[in-house]
Design a protein around this ligand. Structure first.
Ligand code: NDP
Length: 328
């Protein structure tokens, strides 16, 4: 297998593997601690050094499982990079603790996450969404204080607008606070707008790094939905009915079928080609992979081989297959 490239996280000095591994939907639902250990071990063997999580995943269980799995695997803390994300909260019916980035919530949420992960600090801490009801300045102070306390080493945002990211960075710059270093946006062949257009100026201006999510658009870009919804797939899971429209979209699936033919010609799988396409963007520091079993982890790490085949001609062919009007 090709060697795993390490990329700088934006302008920071931290290096993350070009492919990383996350736990949304899977850990605490489809994946228990035993399987998580297997997946994490395979990912790490393949060169992955960054593992993504969030407070809200499976109501906190995902952090518990990842923490326990890593502890049982015996990984030394200096050998991996781990993140969590806070915003949605897990305490039902308590004022100030849900869908917020207020100072009280942030300072308590990080303690809860560290407790569940069984760690003294996370490397990366994300504001999982913007909060229009808290001044950005309050959030920047709180995130900067968390970094100063040593409970997180770098902070960033997820699905913030370019203006919000820029405003946060400017406040931190003016007040000598820790600046946001990275953003976690969705980026795949069907979802390109933010990464390619909206954030374009931020890469140079503030050195923004990206840890991108859903490289396979929740499985659509594997080709597994071209003939309907396979049993046990994400679209069939209770609670994820809202994804069915995307995953069974006929026009998109027709394009995925064509992408599959190109992948076959290149002797890679459709998933590997779609993941490699994301990794090819030089602004992407790391592509966060998701997988519900071990085979998928193996297959998706093989995207590194596909990356080597993505020359200009192949890139142009891919653009020709995925119609611009079907992209977000
Ligand atoms: P993908 O778009 O890659 O979807 C992963 C899912 O697709 C798997 O769980 C599996 O689902 C299916 N799949 C993956 N590989 C294969 C394969 N080779 N063959 C067949 N099916 C496959 O990524 P995710 O949506 O899971 O996102 C990745 C990570 O990004 C998350 O774990 C999380 O860490 C992060 N994320 C962050 C968000 C944010 O708001 N910041 C939002 C969403 C994700 P199944 O087998 O069940 O069909």
């Amino acid at each position: 297998m090709a060697d795993m490239p390490l990329n700088r996280l934006g302008r920071s000095g931290l290096k993350v593997s070009a492919l990383s591994f996350g736990s949304w939907v899977t850990f605490g639902g489809q994946v228990d601690t035993g399987l998580a250990k297997e997946q994490l071990a395979v990912a790490r063997e393949g060169g992955v050094n960054f593992f993504d999580n969030a407070e809200a995943y499976a109501g906190g269980k995902s952090e518990e499982i990842m923490g326990k799995a890593i502890a049982e695997l015996g990984w030394a803390r200096h050998t991996y990079v781990i993140s969590t994300k806070i915003f949605w909260g897990i305490h039902e019916g308590v004022p100030n603790m849900k869908n917020t980035l207020n100072r009280k919530y942030l300072l308590q949420a990080i303690d809860g996450s560290l407790d569940r992960l069984g760690l003294d600090f996370v490397d990366l801490l994300f504001c999982h969404r913007p909060d229009p009801e808290t001044p950005i300045e309050e959030t920047v102070w709180a995130m900067s204080d968390i970094v100063s306390s040593g409970k997180a080493l770098y902070w960033g945002t997820s699905e913030w607008s370019a203006d919000e990211i820029r405003a946060a960075w400017d406040i931190a710059d003016r007040r000598n606070l820790h600046k946001p270093v990275m953003e976690q946006p969705q980026y795949n062949l069907f979802e390109t707008r933010r990464v390619e257009k909206e954030y374009a100026r931020l890469y140079e201006d503030i050195g923004l790094g990206l840890t991108t999510w859903s490289p396979l658009a929740s499985g659509l870009l594997t080709g597994k939905y071209v003939d309907g919804i396979p049993e046990g797939s994400r679209a069939s899971l209770p609670g994820y009915e809202w994804l069915k429209g995307l995953l069974t979209d006929e026009e998109k699936n027709a394009q995925v079928r064509e992408l599959g033919a190109l992948a076959e010609r290149l002797d890679v799988t459709t998933s590997q080609l779609a993941i490699a396409w994301v990794a090819k963007n030089p602004h992407v520091s790391t592509v966060i992979l998701g997988a519900s079993n071990v085979e998928q982890v193996h297959e998706n790490l093989g995207a590194l081989e596909a990356l080597e085949r993505l020359d200009d001609d192949v890139m142009a062919e891919i653009v020709g297959i995925i119609h611009p009007w079907t992209r977000g």
